[in-house]
Every structure is written in C-alpha cells, then in structure tokens.
Design a protein around this ligand. Structure first.
Ligand code: MTE
Ligand code: LUZ
Ligand code: MOS
Length: 769
C-alpha cells in the first residue's frame, strides 16, 4: 500500500539538480520592474518627511511609493490591525519599511532605496529594546494572559508555602531567525479587467490574497495568489510574506506593469521578525523525590513592535509549559512585550518550545538542588495514563505514551551505563567535562485557533487515467505534496507516479488556512482523501453496474480494479466512466472534529491529539574556551503510523539540528543604543552546518499503532514537535557545566549556550562553590 511507504520527496530529484524553480527563477514577463524597500534608519521616531523627488531623480527609478500611495487601508496585520504596510506618523523599529522604490532593474532599485537615511527626516525618540525593559514599563502589544489551575481557590500558594522544598529562579532564552534559504519574494502581475496574479513565497496564500485585496481596496476575487514551493518557510512566511506581497501588488496595479520584490538576506533580517525570545521567573514547590506540588511562572516574550501572531504564540507557550508533566497546582502569566524591534512571529513550534523549555530547566534545577538524578525527577513527574492526566488547560491526555517511549530510548541509548561513564570521565578530566541528558516531548497538534483546522482539495482524473491533485496546503520542503499524493494514490489503488500535485492557488481551493501548526498533511491529506474516495465510489458504482456485484465490494489495487471476479485496467475503467458521463473530478473537505477553546479562560480542548518524543544527548564542554561538541544524539519520536518514514525521519533530524542551533549557536544582538540588529547575515549569525551533526546520530520512529484519534491513516503530525528534542543538548551542556561544581551548584545557563554563555555559567558555578 502507498500509505506508509518510504519514498523520496516528490521534488528531490529537482532540488538536488538545481532544477526546482523558485519564484525568482520563473521567466519574467516583458516590462517587469523591480522594487526595493527603503527602511527606517532609526529604531523609534516621528516621521516628518520623505524627499521623494530626490529618489525619483536617481538612475533607473520609475516610481516611489509611500503610505499615501496605498489605495486601501494601510494595514497588513494578520489578526490585530496594528501594522502599516509602509510607515506613517511614527517609525517603530530600525528596518521598518517606509517607502518603496520601483526601478528598471533590481540593482538600481536597491541603490536608490539605500538612500533612506538621506531622504528621511525623522525626529528620534528613545527606543525600548528589551522585553524586560518593556515589561517594567508595562508596554505590551496585547492584554496579559493567565492560565491557572488550582484544586481549590488559594491552593497554589498554600502548596508552595507547605512544600518540603521551595525553589525560585529565572531563565533567559533567545529568539531565532528562520533562515529559509529562499528569502522573502513576491512577483505581482496585472491581469485583465482589474485583476492581479501574485506569485508569492508564502505559507498562507489565502491570507496574502485577502491582504493584497484589502490594500488595493479590491475584492478577493480580483486577486490570485500562487505558490508552487518555498525554499523553506519555518513559520517565517506564515504572516510576514504580507508586506512584500502588498508592496509589489500596489506598485504593479499603480504602474500596470509586473513588479517583483525580492529582498536580500540583510534586509530580510532587518525587516521581518522571528522566534520570540522569552524571559522567565519561576517558583516551584516539590517533595523529596522532586515531584512538583505547585508551580508558578511568569513569561515575558519579546513581541517586537506589533502584535502579529504573538497572541497565539503566547497561548501555545502557556499550553506547553506542562510538557510531559502533571502539575497539580499551577499558575502561568504571559506578557507579550512591545519593543522597538522587528515584530516576532511564527517559528517551528510556535511558542511551544519556549513554554516547554522552562519546565525542563526547572526540573533540572530541582534535580541539581536536591541532589537527584534529572531523569529520575522527570519520570517522577510524568503525566499518568489513568489519573494525573489533565492538562492545566483542561484537556485530558488520553494518548500518553511518554513513559514507555522514554523507557525504550533509555534502553536503546544505554543511558544508565553512559551516565556512569560520563561521571568517571569527569572525575579524571579537569578541563574537558562531559554532560548527558534525556528530555521528553509532548506537543499538541491542531491550530490553537479552532476554526483554522479545516482544509479543502480537488482531485482530477483525466481520461488517460492520470491524476492531478490540488489542495490548500503549501510545499516548503517538508514533503506535504509527497504525502498528499501518496494518500490519493492509496485511495485509488494506483501507482504514485500517476499522481501529480499542482501549485497551491487561491483560484482552486478557497479560504485555506496557513500551512502551519504541523497540520498540513493531517488536514489536506484528509481533504484529498475525501475527494479521492468520492471518485473511487463513482468508479466502483460504474464497475459494479457493468460487471455485477456490490459497489462496496469493488477493490482498487496495483492499477487494477477487481469487481465480481473480473479484473479491469484502471485506465480502461476511467475511459468508460468518461464515455458514461461520470464526473471524473471531485472536491474534498475536512474539519478536525471535537475541538473547542475558550479564549477568555484558556480552557478547552485545543488539540486533536499529542505527539511524543524523547532524545538523549551527550556533549563535551571545554571549560577554558566555553566551546562544546555534541558527541552523540539518540532520538525516538512518535509519528503514529508514519505516512512516509523517509520523509518523517528527515523532518525529525532537521528539526533536531534546527532546534539545537536555536539553543546553542544562533544569537541575536541588537545594538544597545541604536537598536540595529547587528547579527543580520551569516557572517555574524551562526546557524548549524552539516559539520555540527553529531558523529553518532541515531533517529528512530516509535512503534505506535494506536493513535486514539482518526487522523489520516492514523499518522501523526511531525513538522514541529521534534524541534523540542534538542532540549537534551542544552541540558547536557548544563550537566557538563554543573560537573564543574561537582553537581553541587545549579548553573545559571542562558540560551543560546554560546561559548560566552557557557563561560559565564562556569564562572558563576565556581564563585558559588
Ligand atoms: N520542513 C522544511 N523542509 N521546510 C520548512 O519550512 N517548516 C516547518 C515544518 N517542517 C518546514 C519544515 C514548520 S514551521 C511547519 S508548521 C511544518 O513543517 C508545516 O508543514 P506540515 O504541516 O505539512 O508538516
Ligand atoms: N496557532 C497555532 C496559530 O497553534 N499555530 C499556528 O501556526 C497559528 N497560526 C496562526 C494562528 N494561530
Ligand atoms: Mo509552523 S511555525 O506552524 O509555520
């Protein structure tokens, strides 16, 4: 059967040959113009004037757009309408687009836009550049969120006061740049009679259609947005492709010429936001075994200058603070701080990693301060299967496999023996210290905005028996099109090679959700299956009418149709269906059942099911330089019944390395006075490379045939959950630093654990010893 077969990504042969076209590779239409954005050179100020005439006189410049040129509302905020496309009145961060230059070629457009400093008159105001500074000023993009679960009013504080051990701490975790290899790009082409086609590298074509129409003062049916593939999105093209789509579109319509807007890497960093950095203050009460009796945490995210998706990100952070653990009395407070920096947005995990890492560090601190083994403390706190299994937001955890999964991994990775070996190594090694950690993951699957959990698809069977699928999801390298094609081939009993998936296009499937929250194959796979099933039923009815027997008994397999003892060729049956005037195309639709959510109380069932995983990491830290190496990683991850184990293992490995980059090497530094993001290119911003993969890297999928929910072929979403597996790397580094103090001092290690951060933590451990 096709579902469950390991096969390469449908475009892999094109990717490796450089033959997969991205938007900048599409043949340009005659008359195409190029846009570049003029960016605010200050982090905060009052915009007094733009010397447009000076820009227009520059070589190759055809037009200059400012906010005044936007025909509709100057707004591209995805949820809250606090985000002008081009700045007016105030500038809110260094890098904010203020104007756009449209020129005959990209080079000239960029040269002119680079004159921003000379043509903008801005009265500077003091910027607020850190989340804690904004928090102190109570400056937020959204109202506070509080998620509290108490057995009785006041029980949390009573439990904290009565607990045998009461601990407090703080933690700082940095943000992360998506660093998609294909940068943000839109190519807008006017069509006839006030129409527009936009090629946009986006995870959310419907939202781009909607925002472009809004900016133009048009209706949605005038705008078509298409995306064949992205060179990566990672959340960075869920909402933040909008400013590029809107600027290119407004220019194209105004000039009635095709306009392309592609920013270079530096501008991509300066204009768009990324993963929210978080600051935490926590307090827990626990018993002698390290079992948490009560926990309270305050999380402050750096939202940047506007709301963007910061609300749902904070919601997901609050709903993942529990990770795999039963917290009987718990209070969480979330603040989305407004700062004069880029507006932070979705990034793989969407706040989940930021929520869950806090409890992992807390449990590690509990273990250190009580002198217990961190894995024993984790196990003591796992959710139960029949009791102690309700999350703080009121959803019962009824698919819990965390204990058997961790047991399997502890055994296969030889955890206990290696723990002893690491201790022996450290006893004999004064400078190099090894660390080992095992961390679990539980991740909720579904958009935490319930109505986004819907999808549509179209399946066409042509008279030659070939099949074309279109669905609302977008392909960003994650293998969604491969999985959807497998689902359709499986349903029709035909070879995978017969099925082609076409570009995502708002003219084909309407009102789609972002391809995000890891739900792409869950939602679009189900929608495509629904369409294919209708076609199969029509073909079965025809076959039964010709050959006798029950339509339900007709079987489709291996390009053949088995009916009442006869055995037909699929193509021949299709040709007969056409001649019999049977409709050979169908739509399909899916909405995830059973979800409900109260946004005021933060209670309900936001997730259809949970995905689980665990990882063991072993590191060695050089205590003189602060550098570390990951020596070995063992990953075990639950994808239910995998739709495609090859693609899934690639997702797990990729997410692990990407998350490791977030926690170890990717550091964002804003100039403390000017607010310039100084790490705005690969020269200063360090993502992991192939060389950072551990020499021993073992990834396995957990045997779990029992997804309790009716997901597509009982598979589980895989895109984001494994990004939490590299918590093990951060905690292994923490373990190695802790070894410096003979495991008697809890190390104050911040993320990313750069050499500087590791040395700071080692200094603190030595000072406290
Ligand atoms: N994998 C690749 N190669 N490129 C990407 O951009 N994005 C991740 C993940 N895996 C991404 C990726 C993110 S943030 C999400 S939400 C999911 O893929 C989205 O796709 P899916 O829902 O189809 O898994
Ligand atoms: N919720 C969520 C969202 O859980 N994941 C997402 O990617 C998302 N995007 C927009 C709004 N809510
Ligand atoms: Mo993924 S952060 O939900 O695009």
């Amino acid at each position: 059967p096709e579902a469950g077969r390991a096969r390469p990504h449908e475009s892999a042969h094109l990717h490796v040959a450089g033959a997969a076209p991205y938007i900048d590779d599409l043949p340009e239409l005659v008359g195409t113009l190029h846009a570049a954005l003029g960016l605010s050179p200050v982090a905060h100020g009052v915009l007094k004037a733009i010397d447009v005439e000076r820009l227009k006189a520059l070589p190759g410049v055809v037009a200059v757009l400012t906010a005044a040129d936007i025909p509709g509302p100057n707004d591209c905020g995805p949820i809250v309408h606090d985000e002008p496309i081009l700045a007016t009145g105030h500038v809110h961060y260094l890098g904010q687009p203020v104007f756009a230059v449209i020129a005959t070629d990209r080079e000239r457009a960029r040269r002119a836009a680079a004159q921003a400093k000379a043509v903008l008159s801005i009265d500077p105001l003091p910027p607020v550049l850190s989340a804690l500074e904004a928090h102190a000023k109570r400056q937020y993009v959204l109202p506070d969120m509080h998620l509290v679960r108490e057995s009785a009013p006041g029980a949390l504080h009573a439990a904290l006061a009565a607990a045998p051990h009461r601990l407090q701490g703080t933690l700082s975790v940095g943000g992360q740049e998506q660093f998609y290899l294909e940068g943000q790009i839109s190519y807008a082409c006017p069509t006839e009679n006030a129409g527009l086609k936009v090629h946009c590298s986006t995870q959310h074509p419907s939202e781009m259609q909607h925002l472009v129409a809004h900016a133009l003062g048009w209706r949605s049916n005038q705008v078509q947005v298409e995306c064949r593939r992205m060179g990566g999105g990672f959340g960075g093209k869920e909402s933040q492709s909008a400013v590029f789509a809107c600027v290119a579109s407004v220019a194209a319509v105004k000039l009635q010429r095709p306009v392309k807007l592609r920013v270079d890497r530096d501008d991509d960093f300066l204009v768009t936001g990324r993963r929210h950095g978080f600051e935490y203050a926590w307090e827990v009460g626990c018993d002698d075994a390290g079992r948490v009796l009560a926990a309270e945490v305050t999380m402050v995210s750096n939202a940047g200058w506007s709301a963007d998706l910061s609300g749902p990100v904070m919601t997901r952070a609050l709903c993942h603070f529990d990770n795999a653990y039963w917290l009987p009395e718990v209070a969480m407070h979330g603040h989305s701080a407004r700062t004069n920096t880029q507006s932070n947005t979705a990034f793989r995990g969407f706040g989940g990693p930021q929520g869950a890492i806090a409890i992992e560090v807390i449990l590690d601190s509990v273990a250190r301060r009580l002198g217990l083994d961190p894995l024993a403390v984790r196990r003591a706190n796992f959710y139960g299967t029949t009791s102690n299994n309700v999350t703080p937001y009121g959803q019962q955890v009824d698919d819990n496999v965390i204990a058997p999964l961790v047991d399997t991994l502890a055994a296969s990775s030889d955890y206990a023996a290696r723990r002893a070996a690491v201790a022996a190594y450290n006893a004999a090694s004064p400078v190099l210290k090894k660390g080992l950690a095992l961390t679990p993951v539980k991740f909720g699957i579904s958009f935490n905005v319930a109505h986004f959990n819907q999808a549509g698809a179209l399946v066409h069977i042509y008279t030659d028996g070939s099949v074309l699928v279109n669905h609302g999801g977008t392909e960003m390298g994650q293998g969604l099109n491969t999985k959807v094609a497998q689902v359709v081939a499986h349903e029709l009993g035909i070879a995978f090679e017969r099925v082609r998936v076409s570009a995502t296009d708002t003219h084909k499937v309407a009102n789609t959700s972002a391809t995000a929250a890891s739900t792409g194959s869950d939602l679009n796979g189900k929608a495509a299956q629904d369409a294919a099933r209708q076609l199969r039923e029509r073909l079965a009815a025809l076959a039964a009418s010709m050959h006798g027997g029950m339509p339900e008994a007709v079987r489709f397999a291996d390009d053949r149709v088995h009916v009442n003892g006869a055995n037909l060729d699929f193509d021949a049956l299709v040709a007969q269906a056409y001649a019999a005037r049977v409709q050979l195309w169908s739509d399909g639709f899916y909405a995830t059942p059973g979800l409900h959510w109260n946004r005021e109380t933060l209670q309900g069932r936001p997730f259809y099911y949970f995905a689980y995983g665990a990882a063991v990491a072993e590191v060695v830290v050089d205590t003189l330089s602060g550098e570390h190496r990951l020596l070995r990683a063992d990953l075990l991850h639950d994808v239910g019944r995998s739709l495609n184990p090859a693609v899934d293992i690639g997702q797990v490995e990729g997410a692990f390395i990407q998350g490791m980059g977030w926690l170890t090497s990717e550091e964002l530094v804003w100039h403390p006075k000017t607010g310039l993001l100084m790490t705005h290119a690969p020269s200063t911003y360090k993502i992991p490379t192939a060389n950072d993969c551990p020499p021993v890297f073992r990834t396995a999928l957990f045997e779990n045939n029992d997804n309790v929910e009716d997901s597509i072929h009982r598979s589980k979403a895989v895109g984001e959950p494994p990004l939490l597996l590299p918590f093990s790397v951060f905690l292994a580094i923490r373990d190695a630093v802790s070894a410096v103090g003979g495991h008697r001092v809890d190390p104050p290690l911040r993320a990313p654990a750069t050499p500087e951060a590791v040395l700071d933590a080692i200094d603190a451990v030595r000072a406290a010893r």
